[in-house]
Write a protein that binds this ligand. Structure first.
Ligand code: DC
Length: 658
């Protein structure tokens, strides 16, 4: 599956144990590999980025043994990388690429470091220049200033002062600092320009200290690694939960949870060493109710609603992306400042965020290093959209939150494996969708009328999915596209300009309620409904009806394909004889058939033939879903059938009055 469709979410509650921090996992692995002695790491994140680091260390001859559940035993090499010649593929893992570049450049071997095409667009020249100043020999086989890199043995100049830019990526400084103990001499690193993302450097210093190397710093401009510094194993090392991953669940709470039932994230808290825990402060500034405990943070929505803020996001660049979506639920605009580093991450995140928010109909102003988001209002409502994720895990995770405003489709959700492989599974366990009642059944069973009345009684939206197939057939005919032309009809289906209102269906602004019920269009609908490409083109369009406060969906595959998770599924049927009688009566009232047995027999035969075709067709055959309740209306009038559906709904939801 290369997309996930999210229905409109109404509420959130529950708890989540966070996966391990990416930043801590990759630093701890590298430090444990360089240290003297064996380190037992617990709670290591299982993800693409950590897999790249594990692979690389293994290729370099470091002995690593995993025993499942994030537990790893790392036999440190005591600063001597065992394999002196290797080619490493590091995917799009910035933490692995920058730190391994520094370590390997200073360790006297012959190495090639490569990544995915996007990694080759992310600058690394500033780090390479600093390493070259220490005597490292580094070539760019591709574009100058960018990976891939070729590292050659070199004579490393002892000690002194080395300069590095701090305003592009803090990972340059992190990589350099982690590598310097390999030289054995005192070296001072001077940061040029403002140091961005400082909390990530704090994580680096904190972890180096845990592995026995204390860096002396003056402010955030100068860092000195002492002579004779050597990494030693701390023995056992526990990885904290990932504070950036926490941001999505805290935001879920701030948007959709009540104070009585907040969303709780376990694995980060008051004593976390990750800067992104400060994200909770930003949410609190927006009015969210936040409680921070030692190893847990809870969030819920304020009764008076969230408010927009202006924030310098330098210290929380990753978690700040989440604020861009929370902004949609606040009163007043939100301005995120000082986010230039977004432009050199997994994708150009400022551009990507502006582009995709725009698809939802949000008002966004993109600056060079800032982003302003104005929340929707009656004149500028949000609309369902298909969101692209640019192979950026955070784009996928952030946009899931927008489902609290509108149903949406997120393309390539698997990109979350970079840091959070089961994100969507966890998300859907905490976010509660608007309810949906799916009603399937054979032709002329009365499901259309029953569905519309149930929807009206509950105040829910109503989806007549058959109408979409009818509209597709009509639009194709008007465009001169043959009903057998699968690609042509599917293209028409994906572009349909339709508007449903009470007793009205409009195609390109023109009323077509009558036209789509004609015999010829009914036949066309049945033809185009058998084309798989047409069915998939209409899938998201149908799911986009899944809005608040709820939906009743009527049609062939509602319970099996369109809304397989519907809490109430009904298979509404009647014997062919009863359905034929109903149709015959209807047609007689309209004067369309005569009062004779032959006409009735013809209708019955036609219906039986259609049932057979519907049951036997390979694409979306007529079938009662295993978990659907059977509602046989042979002996029931419309009102009684409606009453039965409502009774089931009440029984299920525990609602006394609907
Ligand atoms: O329910 P209806 O008669 O308006 O449906 C029109 C056609 O579309 C009919 O041939 C069945 C088909 N259909 C379908 O294949 N899947 C649906 N979900 C709804 C209708």
């Amino acid at each position: 599956m290369n997309f996930i469709d999210l229905p409109r979410m109404l509420a959130a509650h529950g708890g989540i144990r966070l996966p391990g921090s990416k930043s801590i996992s990759n630093r701890a692995l590298l430090l444990a590999a360089l240290a003297e002695g064996v380190t037992e790491i617990h709670g290591l994140l299982a993800s693409d980025d950590t897999a790249r680091m594990l692979d690389a260390l293994q290729t370099l001859g470091v002995e690593l043994v995993g025993s499942g559940d994030g537990n790893w035993r790392v036999c440190g090499c005591g600063g001597q990388i065992p394999v002196r010649q290797a080619e490493l593929f590091l995917g799009n893992a910035g933490t692995a690429f920058r730190s391994l570049t520094a370590v390997l450049a200073l360790s006297g071997g012959d190495y090639v470091l490569k990544g995915v095409p996007r990694m080759h667009e992310r600058p690394i020249g500033d780090l390479v220049n600093a390493l070259s100043a220490l005597g490292a020999n580094i070539d760019y086989p591709g574009k100058s200033g960018y990976p891939p890199l070729q590292l050659k043995p070199a004579v490393i100049r002892p000690g002194g002062v080395v300069n590095i830019r701090g305003d592009v990526s803090s990972q340059f400084l992190t990589g350099l600092l982690m590598a310097l103990p390999l030289t054995g001499v005192e070296t001072t690193v001077q940061v040029e320009g403002e140091l961005i993302s400082r909390p990530y450097v704090e994580i680096t210093l904190n972890l180096m200290a845990r592995f026995g190397v204390r860096v002396a710093r003056r402010g955030w401009q100068s860092f000195t690694v002492p002579a004779g510094a050597r990494y030693g194993s701390p023995g056992v090392f526990y990885v904290e939960g990932d504070a950036s991953s926490a941001s999505y669940f805290l935001a879920l709470g701030a948007i959709g949870a009540t104070a009585a039932n907040p969303v709780r994230v376990e694995g980060v808290g008051r004593n976390s060493i990750q800067g992104d825990v400060r994200f909770a402060d930003a949410l609190a500034q927006m009015g969210a109710v936040i409680e921070v405990e030692e190893n847990r943070i809870s969030a819920s929505a304020p009764p008076e609603g969230l408010v927009g803020i202006t924030l310098d996001c330098n210290a929380i660049p990753d978690a700040a992306m989440t604020l861009a979506i929370v902004a949609l639920f606040a009163k007043g605009a939100t301005r995120l400042n000082n986010i230039a580093s977004w432009r050199v991450k997994e994708t150009d995140r400022i551009a990507a965020m502006a582009q995709e928010l725009g698809k939802l109909g949000a008002r966004v102003e993109e600056g060079r290093d800032d982003l302003k988001i104005t929340p929707p209002d009656d004149e500028h409502p949000l609309k369902p959209a298909i969101i692209d994720t640019y192979d950026d895990h955070r784009m996928a995770m952030c946009f899931s939150l927008a489902s609290f405003a509108v149903p949406l489709r997120i393309n390539d959700p698997a990109c979350t494996t970079k840091t959070f492989p089961d994100y969507f599974d966890r998300f859907t366990r905490i976010a509660r969708p608007a309810p949906v009642i799916a009603i399937d059944g054979p032709t002329a069973s009365g499901k259309g009328t029953v569905s519309a009345r149930v929807a009206a009684a509950l105040g829910f939206h109503y989806l007549d999915s058959g109408a979409l197939y009818r509209l597709t057939a009509l639009a194709a005919r008007e465009a001169g596209v043959d009903w057998a032309d699968e690609a042509g009809v599917a293209a028409i289906a994906s572009r349909l300009e339709v508007a449903f209102a009470e007793n009205s269906v409009r195609l390109n602004g023109r009323e077509v309620g009558e036209a789509i019920r004609s015999e010829v269009i009914s036949a066309g609908a049945s033809r185009v409904a058998a084309l798989p490409a047409v069915r998939s083109a209409l899938l998201f369009r149908q799911r986009a009806f899944h809005a608040a406060p709820g939906l009743v969906g009527d049609g062939r595959d509602m319970a099996s394909v369109v809304f397989p998770g519907a809490p109430l599924k009904i298979f509404l049927t009647a014997s062919a004889r009863v359905r034929a009688e109903r149709r015959y009566r209807q047609l007689r009232e309209r004067g369309a058939v005569d009062d004779n047995a032959a006409d009735y027999a013809a209708i019955l035969a036609d219906l039986e033939a259609r049932d057979r075709r519907d049951r036997e067709r390979p694409v979306a055959p007529l079938r009662q879903a295993p978990d659907a309740r059977l509602l046989d209306t042979d002996a029931l009038g419309i009102e009684e059938a409606v009453a039965q559906v409502l009774a089931w709904w009440r029984e299920m939801t525990g609602a006394r009055h609907v």
